[in-house]
Structures are given as structure tokens and as C-alpha cells.
Design a protein around this ligand. Structure first.
Ligand SMILES: [Zn+2]
Length: 65
């Protein structure tokens, strides 16, 4: 089965800029990605409910959820 990466807009929890991240919709994931604006580590939690139904939570990496 082929999954296309989903573009999702999030708000950086450090600098509050809107940035676009790519999400793998094949499974729920927890990972860290550096903000493309301020380069600080954003903790990203994706919850996949369906092919086009993915919810994303973000937090500062050192604080967690
Ligand atoms: Zn940022």
C-alpha cells in the first residue's frame, strides 16, 4: 500500500510561526523535528485516524505533552 505524505500546517511552540511539515499517514508517530524558522526542536505527535484524517499535536521538546 502506498501512502502519500501529507502536508500539515502547525504553529511552532517556540516562535509561534506557522510552518509546514510533512506527515507520514501510514501510522501514528512521535518524533522531533527542528522548526524551519527558529531551528528549535519541536516534539510532534501524529494520530492517524484514516487516510485523510490525521491530527497533529506539537510541544516544546524539553517540556513534552
Ligand atoms: Zn520556531
Amino acid at each position: 500500500m502506498h501512502f502519500q505524505l501529507l502536508e500539515q500546517q502547525i504553529t511552532c511552540p517556540f516562535c509561534w510561526e506557522s510552518i509546514t511539515i510533512l506527515i507520514d499517514p501510514s501510522e501514528s508517530q512521535l518524533y522531533t523535528e527542528d522548526c524551519s524558522v527558529c531551528c528549535r526542536p519541536i516534539l510532534i505527535q501524529t494520530d492517524v485516524h484514516g487516510e485523510d484524517d490525521v491530527s497533529v499535536q506539537v510541544a516544546q521538546e524539553d517540556l513534552g505533552f
